[in-house]
Design a protein around this ligand. Structure first.
Ligand SMILES: NC(=O)c1ccc[n+]([C@@H]2O[C@H](COP(=O)([O-])OP(=O)(O)OC[C@H]3O[C@@H](n4cnc5c(N)ncnc54)[C@H](O)[C@@H]3O)[C@@H](O)[C@H]2O)c1
Length: 406
């Protein structure tokens, strides 16, 4: 009977009562070791089951760990999260989702397949992502859904720890044609995301903003502390507005938010309306290239891999940052390229000359974009590494490969 006494009691000498033979202490000692071992195995079994469920279902049962560790073949990486990505079928977000899955995060994506460009392109982006997730046993759920319907997501799936909001109506010139649609998608849409975060207790958000907020009156290279109060297109104004709402919600509800100002992003799967993609297609098809102004307007072009690396670094930073933060970061290549030079680079990469269809400069187009990335470098550790020459070369190679089969 004494063998079943609780562990601590076994080692307390008994003042009174019958004398216990010493061999019984030895048996009790062995039993104690045996019981402790059983308890440890049982706890390990529970933890292992939690990890399996976490891995299979993407549920964050035990919160993100701080360090790498392994348990029976499961590698638990630090700072893994359940991330909601809006606009997941789009150009930048589809690259980002892949990066998040590669890190081991589980991802929920939403997109409404906005008709700004072909649904087929976005479906192809999604198919690639789903194939990748399947091959890597990664957790990726997708819902076709408008930002305005985000409350319905609460019922469909588990709440995320972090939201990366990239859904938007993009494009400067079309925003002049239909400003109300841009306000609906980009301003009301961003507010829907902030409300979703508030009502689900999600306190971490990364917002995809744009260099368009700087307009024409900011001193180059653009710094985040510039006023940015005179965007020259409705698109730029909606993005600035989104940043201001982010700041308000960070103050009101103690959220941690970073607004990331992207500078003209390019790379594989780039939107077909953007200059690099459009020029490549037209030059390759020997068709006239619409060329606005004298070619001296300049852009800070950023390869999408640098943007994804910047977003992932911002994700790590926001996880460790204090509450109630709203910080703005430029994510750019931090080099400028004129329109004329861009055409030359594409001509060189394709080995074909462009037929230029010269036209006057357009309303809404800024003269120059140029990112000062000192702040992002110091705080996030963001350092763009892909120069325009290398980036255009690999863009054109990819373009030719994709279009040789069609
Ligand atoms: N590509 C660039 O050069 C660039 C530069 C600066 C900022 N940005 C910003 O980065 C983000 C991603 O840009 P992108 O180039 O990948 O554009 P994209 O058009 O390829 O992706 C945006 C996605 O959002 C989706 N979307 C639009 N409205 C929606 C809504 N109401 N509900 C749900 N989904 C919706 C679209 O269907 C699309 O798939 C956007 O916020 C854009 O403003 C892009």
């Amino acid at each position: 009977m004494a063998v079943y006494t609780p562990v601590i009691a076994t080692w307390v000498p008994q003042a009174t009562g019958p004398k216990i033979p010493s061999y019984l202490y030895v048996i009790k000692g062995f039993y104690t070791i045996f019981a402790l071992r059983r308890t440890t195995l049982f706890l390990e079994e529970v933890l292992y089951s939690c990890l399996l469920i976490r891995q299979l279902k993407g549920w964050d049962l035990i919160g993100p760990p701080k360090r790498n560790w392994h348990l029976r073949g499961i590698h638990v990486k630090p700072n893994l999260m359940r991330v909601l990505v809006t606009g997941a079928a789009g150009f930048i977000a589809s690259h980002l989702v892949r990066g998040l899955l590669e890190e081991g995060n589980s991802v929920v994506g939403i997109d409404n397949f906005d008709p700004f460009y072909s649904r087929t392109i976005k479906e192809r982006n999604l198919q690639e992502l789903q194939g990748f997730a399947k091959a890597k046993h990664a957790n990726f759920e997708f819902y076709e859904m408008d930002l305005a319907s985000l409350p319905a997501l609460q019922k469909a799936t588990q709440a995320p720890n972090l939201v990366i909001h990239l859904a938007a109506k993009a494009g400067v010139r079309p925003s002049i044609e239909d400003p109300l649609a841009y306000v609906q998608a980009n301003v009301a849409g961003t507010l829907s995301v902030l409300e979703f975060c508030r009502t689900n207790g999600v306190d971490q958000l990364l917002f995809g903003s744009s260099s368009s907020v700087y307009g024409n009156d900011s001193k180059a290279p653009f710094r985040e502390d510039a006023g940015a109060v005179q965007p020259i297109s409705p698109y730029g104004a909606t993005k600035r507005s989104g940043e201001l709402f982010c700041s308000t919600y960070a103050n009101l509800y103690g959220m941690r938010i970073a607004s990331l100002r992207f500078f003209t992003v390019y790379g594989p799967r780039q939107r077909p309306d953007l200059a690099i993609h459009k020029f490549t297609r037209l030059i390759q098809e020997n068709k006239p290239v619409p060329f606005f102004g004298d070619g001296s307007t300049a852009r800070d072009y950023t390869e999408v891999r640098d943007i994804v690396s910047g977003i992932l670094k911002a994700k790590t930073w926001i996880q460790d940052s204090p509450r109630a933060t709203h910080e703005i970061f430029n994510l750019g290549g931090s080099r400028t390229t004129t329109l004329l030079r861009l055409v030359e680079l594409i001509e060189g990469a394709l080995g074909q000359s462009a037929i230029l269809d010269r036209r006057p400069g357009q309303a809404g187009d800024v003269e120059l974009t140029y990112a000062d990335v000192t702040k992002a470098g110091k705080i996030l550790g963001y350092h763009p590494s892909i120069g325009i020459e290398e980036g255009i070369h690999s863009f054109c190679q990819n373009y030719l490969k994709d279009h040789s089969n069609t």
